[in-house]
Design a protein around this ligand. Structure first.
Ligand SMILES: [Zn+2]
Length: 282
């Protein structure tokens, strides 16, 4: 018998069960775990999700456009790629080599493009700080995988990461990375706290116990550190930033998220936050 968590995961795993096409010959190569290269590994994972074409393509392209801009600030040599999972529960998850999974539910629950940027930046933080690859390598060595091919290792990594819980320290690092990254973009840093507020509001509506069993992926929407604490910490950090930058002008992008039309395509006049302006939030 499957638990609700396992049955939601099954749909995500189905992607991985597909036959490997000849163009993916590299997948059948046997790779010693110690010499596994994270960049190449990310490519192997991405090929599978790309072939699966899950979720709404306009939404996926919208996400990728934003991620392309964010990844200009990344230090690791990965091609950051985002894939949509057809799940209504809001969440996101990072895989080694810069593959980021986002559920369709996340796009429904967040209030603005700036909040979406903060979630994507958090996931990038796990990759940039090496948390994902570290977790996967640990599990590979622990499970003593025999003569693994690149394709098998990629599947294994996805299995590990979908169930993985990062430590509290790693979550804090990813949140701090997200806050520092959003400051380098045109977006309002208050959106880091704002994303936590949107998720808190969602979990209040849905009832926590019911939801937690159905989570297809477990990263952003973890309850440790508690969402309320993360919210308060970054609301405060943004308040201080705004106090120190009274002349700043930052973008929110609620309409951009609704229409799946990024800031980089169209800047909407009513979406700027300026101190004293009527659409000020936070
Ligand atoms: Zn995280």
């Amino acid at each position: 018998m499957q638990t609700p968590l396992e049955s939601t995961l099954t749909r995500t795993y189905q992607v991985l069960g597909r036959p490997i096409q000849s163009l993916d010959r590299a997948f059948t190569r046997i790779i010693p775990i110690d010499s596994l290269d994270e960049k190449e590994f990310g490519e192997a994972i991405a090929v599978r999700y790309a072939a699966a074409k899950q979720g709404d393509e306009a939404s996926r392209q919208y996400l990728q456009e934003i991620l392309d801009q964010l990844s200009k600030f990344a230090k690791k040599p990965f091609k950051y790629r985002v894939f949509l999972l057809p799940h209504s529960v809001p969440n996101a998850c990072a895989l080694p080599g810069g593959v980021i999974l986002v559920t369709e539910g996340l796009l429904e629950v967040l209030g603005s493009e700036a909040e979406l940027v903060s979630v994507l930046a958090h996931e990038m933080g796990h990759v940039e700080r090496g948390h994902c690859f570290e977790a996967v390598k640990f599990q590979m060595l622990f499970n003593k995988l025999k003569t693994p091919t690149l394709g098998k290792l990629a599947d294994f990594a996805v299995g590990v990461m979908l169930r993985h819980a990062f430590s509290k320290t790693q979550e804090n690092e990813a949140d701090d990375y997200a806050f520092a990254l959003i400051l380098r973009t045109p977006y309002d840093p208050a959106a880091v706290g704002g994303a936590f507020a949107s998720l808190k509001a969602y979990s209040g509506q849905e009832g926590r116990s019911k939801r937690s069993h159905a989570d297809p992926v477990r990263d952003y929407f973890m309850t440790h550190p508690p969402l309320a604490l993360r919210h308060d910490k970054y609301v405060q950090a943004a308040r201080i930033w705004w106090q120190n930058h009274p002349g700043a002008k930052r973008y929110i992008g609620s309409g951009n998220l609704q229409l799946r039309e990024s800031y980089y395509r169209r800047q909407r006049p009513g979406e700027w936050r300026q101190p004293g302006s009527h659409n000020s939030r936070g």
